[in-house]
Design a protein around this ligand. Sequence first.
Ligand code: OAD
Length: 474
Amino acid sequence: FMSRKSSQIRSPHNIARRNLNDLSNRLSKVEITTKNVRNSSTKKNSLDYFIESIKKGQFKRVVVLAGAGISTASGIPDFRTAGTGLYDNLQRYNIPYPEAIFELNYFNRNPKPFFDLAKELYPGKYFPNINHYFIRYLYDKNILRRVYTQNIDGLERMAGIPNDKIVEAHGTFQSAACQRCRQKYQCEDIHQDIFDDKIPICWKTSRCNGIIKPDIVFFGEDLPSRFQLYQQDLPSSDCCIVMGTSLAVYPFADIVDSAARSTIRLLINRQLVGTFLSPRPYDVTLIGDLEINTKQLLTKLDALDYVLELMNKENALHKQHQLNIPKSAPIARTNTGYDRLKAAETFLEQKRKFSTLNSHRQQVQFVTQPNTHAYNASTKLMIEKHNNALLFNRRRSKSALPVPPSKQSSLSSSSSSSSSSSSLNSSLSECELMPFSFKRPPDNKTQATRQIIVTPATKLKRNPLLNATLRAAL
Ligand code: OAD
């Protein structure tokens, strides 16, 4: 084309009307030709082409890459949006810099900020929104190859997408592991501790007492091995949808470029991000609010009613399920590692006081033990280390562990508390403490604890009510 145009300009008759007409004719043809060329490329990088392909079933292997932006409509803030993002609102966690909350070194020194955040983000408090159900719609149409999510809220799963279709690239709250011995735990093992503002402590391994960390990927940690599936999924995908992510965290941000150059990539986000800033020929972008854009997209796909109905139905079930969980049930649980250590510490403290004051045995309640594994080996060891002799005495005298104040209310409401205290005591002493070898205390000490003289003065000291009454009478 360029060469032809040049020859026209060099012609001596180019000012003649005939030639001008000729030129304009040619130009108009050129215009048409250019349009055709553009059409064939814009076609594939237009939203209409995307919609048409989905409707006609031309896409068979759609991969979705998601980030925190898809969950903001559920009420979970994203990380980096100025003002509302989590990283702008972490002052209350009292951390030196925002990313510290996901840094292993910092966590090992001070796990509290992470667990405070975990309590807020913990699955079960939030419900999937239209963005999650849009992905579910792709699954229902049998064209979803995989959704790779950086989110730890579990909302993709709640939206009914099966596990094998999800890659939780930055981990999950579903499982956890002890930071010291790597012992595995389940979500249910630690969630009560998290909700009670306690640090979950390893209780399956004796003498460990490491911190149990949910399997959330921290900076510097490896991504789950399933993440490697991207190496097959993305190059073979025929469409890649990127939703609600700043593509600021690697290696996740990189995988968007593993899609073939001929693959259509659709970005639905508030702004252009990552390699969409210098787009490929078949990139399509929907810039603006995700919820609005997803709804518009679904409207164009004639699927909005289907997805809204699905969402309302499924979320109603989730809410119903949440209501059916008795609120008091987790509170009655007494066998967390932390509880056991606390109970053991209180017990030892009481025993220490007991031996130093040399006063009479305190009348204390029995601790509710829902199962015989309530006292694990590390707790036993701790008890043994501190005072084997007193344990022995306790068993013989049918005394028991003191009840931590936090447990007293649950104790009274728990059904097992109605069972006789002596059976609890025997479950403790025989099932739990017996396997431990402890030394019999010297006879003279046993004698000493038996010969207790309770004077009126000590009685007064110990009974403030009586004390006050006597004082008033005097
Ligand atoms: P970011 O907070 O970095 O990015 C969220 C993106 O979603 C931003 O581009 C927002 O503009 C966009 N966005 C948010 N709400 C939106 C809305 N309603 N409509 C349209 N766009 C919206 O979150 P991620 O990219 O997911 O790591 O962050 C990646 C990782 O950084 C996270 O997985 C997290 C963090 O460190 C861990 O949790 C381990």
